[in-house]
Design a binder for this molecule. Structure first.
Ligand code: FES
Length: 107
């Protein structure tokens, strides 16, 4: 649907992001002026942008092979058994709550 937007709540800061349907979380954060921890500038290599999904995992895009590989390379095979995703890769399709320390709003 054109113009559909979703709310992503970031714990423990309580920051909220308004995300256009299907946009990648970290992209939306950047557009909102947020600083998001990472070392590879959304190239799907560092896994430093990872989030723990608290609520709404069903509203996230499927994990692609590149995302899975980056998670395993940086955090070990067990990362795939955890509710962990890369913010630079996941697309948002509904209201979601994630846990990520170190995110700062621009203002
Ligand atoms: S920003 Fe480096 S993997 Fe997401």
């Amino acid at each position: 649907m054109f113009g559909l937007r979703h709310t992503v709540t970031i714990e423990p800061s309580g920051l909220r992001l308004d995300v256009p349907d299907g946009e990648r979380l970290m992209q939306a954060a950047r557009e909102a002026g947020f600083w998001w921890p990472n070392q590879c500038d959304m190239q799907c290599r560092c896994a430093g942008c990872f989030v723990t999904v608290v609520e709404g995992a069903q509203y996230l895009s499927e994990m692609g092979r590149a995302e899975a590989e980056a998670l395993v390379n940086q955090r070990g095979q067990r990362a795939l058994d955890e509710p962990v995703r890369l913010a630079c890769q996941l697309g948002v399709y509904g209201d979601v709550t994630v846990r990520k320390t170190g995110v700062r709003s621009g203002g």
